[in-house]
Design a protein around this ligand. Structure first.
Ligand code: G6D
Length: 344
């Protein structure tokens, strides 16, 4: 196992973590982000995730792709949070709401990086100190995100955070998978399985509504594997959001270590099995619109050219207690682990 270090544009650095099977995970300090995940298949190397070639390219095209999102992933309705007698104001960067914490969230910060080869894995620990008041959030938060790759072909993400005053904290990783290796190909033919009996429906302005809806008999029933296509095609009819495709939080079951989500390539040559300590996963099918056409590596990113598995608490938890508690306090540090096992 080894770590290679290279420049990633003018200021950023990129680290390539390589295991003994030739799996290569590339990450950058710009946004504590996954840039690339390549596996050696019998048919040749295959890229599994969306990504660009420099920090500048992310800045020009899309800073969410592959990034650590925080402090709060998803939408905060009305861009404010009343807590303990204070009404905290955030930036409204999508309609009247805050998306992914504001204009410059964790995804556009430079994180301090510490690469290491340990007996069990090869890793980079990213650390970022978010000052009290940054993006309107109270409390100074020290956040740590560890990307590790081991010889079982597991990519493991560990989140840790401490705060000096109560604040909201609900981060995620915005990795987009496209297991065909080509972002111009829709993910519709991927097989998806999600261990969730309930989904949080999306209403006006893509906000959650406080509802937890049973998936039984709906296009959200992924308790047995099926192509993503059916949900992409039917969710628009159900008026769950404007636009076609999934953009929904699934409430995960405790599967006692068994995968909580599985994604397989249309040709069956690669499968990603996810387990997490987080209570939910937001599945977003890259609903960029029919005209979307952005140069990416040797191809183009198009509508539905990637699918996310964003592990976190259900967005809107600051308003709806039934979605859980995302208030981080000095007494209880944050700890969350998500693992993606690559089977090929
Ligand atoms: C997240 O759920 C959201 C989407 O609605 C958003 O468009 C994307 O991030 C950029 O997945």
């Amino acid at each position: 196992m080894e770590v290679l270090t290279q420049p990633f544009g003018a200021q950023a650095t990129c680290y390539t973590l390589i295991n003994d099977h030739g799996v290569a995970l590339r990450v950058t300090d710009f946004g504590a982000r996954i840039v690339s995940l390549r596996v050696p298949l019998a048919t040749g190397e295959r890229e599994l995730v969306l990504g660009f070639d420099s920090a500048e390219e992310y800045q020009q095209k899309d800073t969410f792709i592959g990034a650590t999102i925080g402090r709060v992933a998803g939408r905060i309705a009305g861009a404010h949070w009343p807590y303990d007698g204070v009404d905290y104001q955030f930036e409204a960067n999508e309609n009247d709401n805050t998306l992914h914490s504001g204009v410059i969230g964790f995804d556009q910060r430079y994180w301090q990086a510490t690469p290491a080869v340990t007996p069990n894995d090869v890793r980079v620990v990213f650390t970022y100190v978010s000052a009290a008041g940054e993006n309107g959030f109270p409390g100074q938060v020290t956040a740590k995100v560890t990307y590790a790759l081991d010889n079982e072909n597991v990519w493991r993400l560990t989140y840790e955070a401490v705060t000096d005053a109560p604040t909201l904290f609900n981060p995620t990783n915005h990795v987009y998978f496209n297991l065909t290796g080509d972002p111009a190909q829709s993910v519709a033919a991927h097989q998806l399985k999600v261990a969730a009996d309930h989904v949080a429906p999306i209403g006006d302005q893509n906000l959650t509504t406080g509802v937890m809806q049973s998936v039984a008999g709906t296009s959200f029933d992924f308790r047995t594997a099926k192509p993503v296509r059916t949900a992409i095609e039917s969710s628009a009819d159900q008026n769950q959001r404007v636009g076609h495709g999934l953009d929904h939080p699934f409430l995960l079951q405790d599967t006692h270590g068994a995968p909580q989500a599985e994604l397989s390539a249309p040709d069956g040559l690669i499968r990603v099995a996810m387990t997490t300590t987080a209570p939910a996963v937001v599945v977003f099918t890259g609903n960029f619109g029919d005209d979307y056409h952005v140069p990416m590596r040797h191809s183009y990113l198009k509508n539905h050219g990637g699918i996310t598995l964003e592990t976190q608490a259900v967005p809107g938890a600051e308003r709806f207690a039934q979605y859980g508690d995302i208030v981080l306090t000095p007494a209880t540090p944050y700890h969350q682990v998500t693992a993606f096992k690559l089977d090929f």
